[in-house]
Design a protein. Structure first.
Length: 82
């Protein structure tokens, strides 16, 4: 197994969107990360209103209403919360 190191200094989220099946995060540099919504059961079960109330943090995204925190590095590494 190899190590996958990421410089988290340039992985700040700019925006968050949802499709029917994916969480899509646009980074400050314009890259987009799409991960299966099924990886995040709390987000998948949350109302649309709760999903759009997020906070961009230095290392990821926080949804206070549903107590969900996702790191950009974890999304890139393919880490589901299930």
């Amino acid at each position: 197994m190899s190590n996958f190191e990421i410089d988290v200094g340039d992985l700040r989220a700019r925006s968050v969107e949802f499709t029917a099946t994916e969480l899509v995060v646009t980074l400050a540099d314009g890259r987009r990360i799409a991960t299966p919504l099924a990886w995040y059961p709390r987000l998948q079960k949350a109302s649309i209103a709760a999903r759009v109330r997020y906070e961009i943090m230095p290392m990821g995204i926080h949804w206070p209403e549903i107590d969900e925190d996702l790191s950009i590095a974890g999304m890139l590494k393919g880490r589901a919360t299930v």
